[in-house]
Design a protein around this ligand. Structure first.
Ligand code: SF4
Length: 89
């Protein structure tokens, strides 16, 4: 999978306490706790929509625009879900 400039989650390691709430919220499986901190373990699993941001009690998550592996999800699963739900984007 190639890289491109796109939105992807950014983790502030100074703020992260490793509570794991973002890992549970990320249904794509892009996040894991490693050495007590959240990490993006597979860039292509992050859809860049930021569902995890709202569950972080520390405000450690944000979205940044940078070069990353292209996402697997916006091209199929997410777009299919939006279509099924009748969302027009
Ligand atoms: S929810 Fe926030 S504090 Fe908890 S592991 Fe994720 S980034 Fe760290």
């Amino acid at each position: 999978m190639g890289k491109k400039i796109r939105n992807i989650i950014k983790i502030d390691k100074e703020k992260c306490t490793g509570c794991g709430k973002c890992v549970i919220e990320c249904v794509e499986g892009a996040l894991q706790i490693i050495n007590g901190k959240a990490e993006v373990v597979k860039e292509s699993y992050c859809d860049g929509l930021g569902a995890c941001i709202g569950v972080c009690p520390e405000g450690a998550l944000s979205i940044e625009l940078r070069e990353a592996e292209d996402t697997l999800y916006l091209s199929d699963r997410v777009w299919n879900s939006l279509f099924i739900c009748g969302v027009s984007v």
